[in-house]
Ligand binder design. Structure first.
Ligand code: MG
Length: 381
């Protein structure tokens, strides 16, 4: 078999590192063409020294002498975007946040496969991303565990036969806490996710349920269903990764132990399946699979996501941008946990929906939402 060339954008993050584990486990199948990271960190240097890719891209200015001679070093603000425009068989987009949108568009222009872990770029890019993918015949395959599950379940019937998509949510560490108790949770409690070990932005988003809100919009983008056909179900064990209900009321679910290396691998090998690093699922021993309704009134982040998706007109961009800004303020200890939702709701209320027909509009709307939250948060202290 011819080796497939892979670019890993965001290689030092949680998904990036697990992607390299998967690639390492199948050396005959894959070769790493390029790696990218934000910072010229020791972790990144070690990856580049170990893999000796043709390209290494770093947003920060990097010390040339710390990298292998055979590797071409790309540095600067647009380093990831430049790397994403290198032709390859598959680009793994594991950059966190809105910053992944430009690299996503650059990769789309190349026409290969994009294994996408980043949801913010899809949520904000909307129809513009679709247009870029279609114009160049690029194919998106999701890595996010829920979207990968939906992608797999959707192979069991036609789109017209689908009644609804059911996204499962672990509920994060706090889903049993009352609104009152949530006022007092600490950062340390936020960062202790019950089932997944992930980067800190997505761990925070899991605790606030903004991650699930983004996934509702992401599912709409990826699979072309409206808000009314996407449901959320709390499932604390994260064994059922999502489900699809068909018109005959048959429900197809995807189950596996929570291990991101599995959806990463599937995004790389699809439509084939191969042996994996993931432990077998042993349903007979001690797995109580529980499900609870995800009430959008109780979980404001979900309610706001549905509203944003129904309204469109840039509201999903505001939903994401306001949440990213509020998350930064939260990590900087400028606002409380429960203020994140308040910031996003205030931004959405203050925003006038408008057609988002150019990329400039996407950037403007994102910038507006961040500036709004930065200002609004000052009134909260
Ligand atoms: Mg997910």
């Amino acid at each position: 078999m011819k080796q497939q060339t892979v670019l890993v954008l965001g290689s030092t993050g949680s998904i990036g590192r697990q992607t390299l584990e998967v690639l390492q486990s199948q050396p005959d199948r894959f070769t790493v063409l390029g790696l990218s990271a934000d910072r010229d960190s020791e972790a990144f240097r070690a990856q580049v020294r170990a893999w000796k890719p043709k390209y290494a891209a770093c947003r920060q200015q990097a010390d040339r002498s710390a990298y292998p001679k055979e590797t071409e070093l790309l540095c600067g603000e647009d380093a990831s975007e430049r790397l994403a425009s290198v032709p390859c068989d598959c680009t793994v987009l594991a950059i966190s946040g809105f910053a992944a949108l430009k690299p996503l568009l650059a990769a789309a222009n190349n026409g290969g496969r994009i294994a996408i872990a980043n949801k913010e770029s899809l949520v904000c890019g909307g129809a513009l991303v679709d247009a870029a993918l279609q114009a160049h015949g690029a194919q998106l395959v999701p890595i996010d565990s829920e979207q990968s599950a939906l992608f797999q379940c959707l192979q069991n019937g036609r789109k017209s036969e689908v009644r609804r998509l059911i996204l499962t949510a672990s509920g994060g560490p706090f889903f049993r806490k009352s609104k009152e108790e949530l006022e007092h949770v600490t950062l340390d409690q936020v960062l202790r996710h019950p089932t997944w070990n992930m980067g800190r932005k997505i761990t925070l988003d899991s605790a606030t349920l903004f991650n699930k809100g983004l996934e509702v919009i992401e599912a709409a983008r990826l699979f072309g269903f409206g808000a009314e056909q996407i449901g959320v179900l709390i499932h604390p064990q994260s064994i059922v990764h999502s489900m699809v209900e068909y018109c005959d009321r048959s429900v197809i679910a995807n189950l596996a132990v929570p291990d991101m290396r599995l959806p990463i691998q599937y995004a790389l090998t699809y439509p084939e399946r191969t042996g994996s690093l993931t432990k077998p699922l042993d349903l007979a021993s001690a797995h109580d699979l529980e499900f609870y309704p995800a009430d959008p009134e109780r979980f404001g982040a979900l309610r706001l996501a549905y509203d944003a998706l129904r309204t469109e007109g840039g509201c999903p961009i505001v939903y994401n941008g306001a949440n990213e800004q509020a998350a930064e303020l939260y990590f900087a200890e400028k606002i409380r946990f429960t203020d994140i939702e308040r910031c996003v709701e205030a931004a959405l209320n203050a925003f006038t929906p408008r057609p988002i027909d150019t990329l400039e509009r996407v950037w403007e709307t994102d910038a507006w939402s961040r500036a709004f939250v930065a200002d609004y948060a000052k009134t909260m202290r």
